[in-house]
Each structure stands twice: as C-alpha cells, then as structure tokens.
Design a protein around this ligand. Structure first.
Ligand code: ADP
Ligand code: MG
Length: 253
C-alpha cells in the first residue's frame, strides 16, 4: 500500500536556522496522524513543506507516491513548473489556526469559491456541494452569514468545509482549535472526528491530547526539528519513553 505521506530525511533551513533536521515518517491512507511538540519545534514548517508552501533543502517528501515539487528521471530531480505544483496542491486541504475566510463573502460563497475559480466548476454544482458541506459541519442555517457574523468556532467549521470543497485526499490541520474560546473547541473537534470516521487521511498538529488519544491512529512527538518519539497515541501519551516527551506532556496534560 502506498503511503499517503512519506518523509525521508527531510531537512529545512531558513538562512542559517536549521529547522527540520532529518524528519522520517509515514502516514498511511485513512490514518489520523497527530503531531505534537513545543512551540518552535518545526511542526508548521513540516506541514508547509508537505503542501509545498516551503521547499525542502534535503531529503525526499512524497504525497500519495508522488515527489512533492519534483519529477524524478533516473537519478536526477527536476523541479515541477508552477502549474504542476498547483495541481499537486489541489489535492491537499489545509486548515490553519486563523480561519482566513474571505470577509466579503458569505459562508456559502466561501465554500463555493475554490472549485469555481480553480477547477472552473459550474456555479450550480459548486453550490450544491457547498450546501452539503455546510450541512456536514452543522452550519446549514448560517449559509448566508458573513464571517463577521459567525463565532470563531463556526468560522473554523466553514474553513474546514471550504478545504473539503476541493475534495482533497489529504487534510492538514495546523492547531485548528488553538485560537478558539474553550467552549467552541468541541464543535470543531466533532467535525474532525466525523471526517476521521469517514476515512479522511489527516495530519493534525494539536495540543488537544484528548482528541489525539480518542481519534488518533498515530502520534509523533517532535522537538527541535527531529522526531523524538512516535507510536500509538495511547502508548505515547500514557507511557512516554523519552525525557523530552515526558517533560512536554507534563506541561500539556
Ligand atoms: P511550530 O509550528 O512547531 O511552533 P514552526 O515550524 O512555526 O514551529 O517554526 C519553527 C522555527 O522556524 C521557528 O524558530 C520559526 O521562527 C522558524 N521559521 C518558521 N518560518 C520561518 C520563515 N519563513 N523564515 C524564517 N524562520 C522561520
Ligand atoms: Mg505552528
């Protein structure tokens, strides 16, 4: 079975700052893969490399068997053209801590936008899907609301629906609940739980250890640009092997 994401010795630097120091990991199709670690350890950078928002400096990164950003011929790698990178990126949905909805569009229009603009889809088709997706995230009754008329949790659920509208094969979540008031976190996690039950492959950077334990299939603890420890969430969370993991967990649990 082809891994949905495979990282082999991935390095990333910004100038002299060496941020990712040889990341090796594999995410299987349909897996909920949780990524935890202290602030500044490189979690967001790693997600951005998967999505080719950042280019890696060494190693190999594959999504669904395809090299991210490159084509291989024999031993040589050739950079993909921007249009080819855009095609790769289409298949990957990303949800950020900040929801970044288009403020001048309603919830429904936000969800319709990418399929129309990027895929040239007919409005009626995009609308029907957007209505379905808003229903799925529990916001049918907010379709005509503008982002400013929605709570943070509702905006984040629209952002998830918007990412799903492109029918991605992989969803990346970068601390999707960190900016939310505590009472709004549950609704967003419930939507993510539903996605997981439907078999979506997801990489989730989160501090929600309850979610990781209950929904996660795999958990990686990253610190200072390396994978310190990985395993089943229950094992890593209840029986961490490394001091750095223990120390981190003692602060967040
Ligand atoms: P995390 O998501 O685990 O908190 P990040 O991946 O955001 O960590 O950041 C890891 C390190 O990389 C930080 O020290 C951050 O300042 C640095 N960094 C991230 N993006 C850039 C960038 N575009 N230019 C320079 N440094 C960056
Ligand atoms: Mg981050």
């Amino acid at each position: 079975m082809t891994a949905m994401v495979k990282a082999e010795g991935v390095h990333k630097s910004f100038g002299a700052a060496h941020i990712l120091k040889g990341i090796d990991l594999e995410v299987a199709p349909r897996e909920v893969f949780c990524l935890i670690g202290p602030s500044g350890s490189g979690k967001s950078t790693f997600l951005r490399c998967i999505n080719h928002l950042e280019q890696i400096n060494a190693g190999r990164l594959y999504v669904d068997g395809d090299l991210v950003g490159y084509r291989q011929k024999g031993d040589r790698l050739y950079e993909l053209k921007d249009s080819e990178v855009a095609l790769q990126r289409r298949d990957i949905g990303m949800v950020f801590q900040r929801f970044n909805l288009f403020p001048h569009m309603t919830a429904l229009e936000n969800v319709m936008e990418a399929p129309i603009q990027v895929k040239g889809e007919a409005r009626a088709v995009a609308r029907a899907r957007a209505e379905r997706l808003l229903d799925r995230v529990g916001l049918s009754d907010k379709a005509k609301n503008y982002p400013s008329q929605l709570s943070g949790g509702q905006q984040q659920r629209v952002a998830i629906a918007r990412a799903l509208a492109m029918e991605p094969k992989l969803m990346l979540f970068d601390e999707p609940t960190s900016a939310l008031d505590p009472e709004l976190v549950g609704d967003v996690l419930d939507v993510m739980r539903g996605l997981a039950e439907d078999g979506m492959t997801m990489i989730v950077v989160t501090h929600e250890m309850g979610f990781a334990r209950e929904v996660g299939d795999a958990l990686v603890f990253m610190d200072d640009g390396v994978v310190v420890e990985s395993g089943h969430p229950r094992d890593v969370l209840t029986n961490p092997q490394h001091d750095r993991t223990k120390s981190f967990l003692s602060k967040v649990l």
